[in-house]
Design a protein around this ligand. Structure first.
Ligand code: UGY
Ligand code: MN
Length: 247
């Protein structure tokens, strides 16, 4: 057990590891009966926001998008979700993407302890391409193709791979012994939450042990590499900005 004066969390200019031990709650207008931890946002230098919301049985999230789109993913539990005139029960591994432009959303009647992960990004339109609509879906390993010909790695893209979208959210599974085939050096930014297992992450030449519940921010060009550790697969869900690199 760590001393209260120690933490695995680090915040650097181009990356951060945020472990749950340092969470302090934020009050988000319209989000009640819950604790909200803002894990990544522009105060860090990021261009996305990432939160983790833990709901009591009385918890409710209501709001309306303006310039920012929001991706909601159920990390655990169950909740009623109403978006775009449709109402569905969302359970562990299911999600809804709420587009920009005055889309109302409401999450209510959760099982106590339900956790929602959110990714937020200001939407950048692209001439000639329709802005996205509401998307519902779920984690499904059968829809996760092998990554870079390495049988130990699989990535499922949760949002449609279309130019109207300027963000992607993917689930990356590393089987035991799996590791990234190269050190990635790229313009895209990431926000990430580990859903399962343990791993070692290299960020800008620093090495970090990480596990389920930990979040990571990687700024553009933060060099990155990861390997699964332990006896079960390691799995993370991550955000990536896509399709808009020149003005
Ligand atoms: O899509 C990606 O850039 C991904 N392979 N990066 C990562 O998992 N750190
Ligand atoms: Mn990457």
């Amino acid at each position: 057990m760590l001393l209260p004066s120690a933490t695995r969390s680090v915040v650097r200019a181009n990356h951060a590891i945020i472990a749950p031990d340092g969470y302090i709650n934020s009050n988000v207008p319209g989000w009640t009966g819950c604790t909200t931890n803002v894990i990544i946002n522009e105060q860090m230098g990021a261009r996305l926001a990432q939160t983790l919301v833990t709901l009591t049985a009385a918890g409710q999230l209501t709001g309306r998008t303006e310039a920012g789109q929001i991706f909601f993913y159920v990390v655990k539990g169950r909740v009623q979700a109403k978006v775009g005139g449709e109402e569905k029960t969302l359970e562990t591994g299911q999600f809804v993407y709420v587009p920009v432009g005055g889309e109302d959303y409401k999450f209510s009647q959760p099982e106590a302890g339900t956790q929602l992960l959110t990714f937020h990004k200001v939407y950048e339109p692209l001439a000639g391409h329709a802005a996205p609509g509401v998307v519902w879906g779920e984690k499904d390993d059968r829809k996760a193709p092998v990554y870079m010909n390495d049988e130990a790695l699989r990535i499922q893209e949760l949002l449609p791979n279309e130019l109207g979208f300027d963000m992607a959210v993917n689930i990356f599974t590393y089987d035991r012994g799996g590791s990234l085939p190269m050190v990635e050096t790229h313009i895209m930014e990431h926000g990430l939450l580990y859903l399962q297992g343990q791993a070692i992450y290299m960020l800008d030449n620093q090495w970090y042990p990480v596990q389920a519940g930990d979040s990571i921010w990687m700024a553009p060009y933060c060099q990155q590499w990861a390997a699964s550790l332990g006896k079960e697969p390691s799995v993370y869900i991550y955000y990536k900005n896509v399709n808009r690199f020149f003005t």
